[in-house]
Design a protein around this ligand. Structure first.
Ligand SMILES: [Ca+2]
Ligand SMILES: [Ca+2]
Length: 158
């Protein structure tokens, strides 16, 4: 009986975590575009997109960029408007080694989004972006490699 009750508690906790992950509005924010290999010596950046029809508060949220050689956090505050974009910069010292993954965590530390690992060592104006904005099937095909559109729509990709 003890085993059964522990299982029930675990199931409840998992269910509770799933609920927490998706509220309030957390599941509506995606990493929409990222530039880990900028031209010249400019700064890497990440663009978020709110797919919902209501603003989402991101106080206490954090982006983590994980390169093969380093990890860098970007701390977030404020809110993102409905269907709105927010672009945030990394630090100048962060230099890609060619492969990066971008994570997004909410204020509770729950993972809201994670991009596939994308290799990019071209140092040009092209970036990886969801096309269309917010496309999220959890596959690499969500992202195209096209001209940067920092803080605005990625376009259709057509
Ligand atoms: Ca680039
Ligand atoms: Ca964009």
């Amino acid at each position: 009986m003890k085993f059964e009750s522990e299982t029930a508690v675990k199931a409840f906790l998992v269910f509770g975590c799933l609920l927490a992950l998706c509220s309030p509005g957390g599941c509506n924010i995606v990493v929409n575009e990222f530039e880990l290999s900028p031209p010249d010596d400019t700064t890497i950046w990440v663009e978020l997109y709110n797919t919902a029809d209501e603003a989402v508060n991101i106080d206490g949220w954090m982006i983590k960029i994980a390169d093969e050689a380093w990890e860098g956090p970007i701390y977030l505050e404020g809110s993102i408007e409905p269907r709105g974009f927010l672009a945030v910069d990394g630090q100048e010292s962060w230099m890609t080694t060619g492969n990066g993954t971008v994570y997004l965590y909410d204020a509770s530390g729950a993972e809201v989004d994670k991009t596939p690992q994308h290799g990019d060592n071209e140092h040009n104006d092209f970036t990886y972006g969801r096309q269309p904005d917010g496309k999220d099937t959890d596959t690499r095909a969500d992202f195209g490699y096209t001209m940067a559109s920092k803080g605005r729509s990625n376009g259709s990709g057509a």
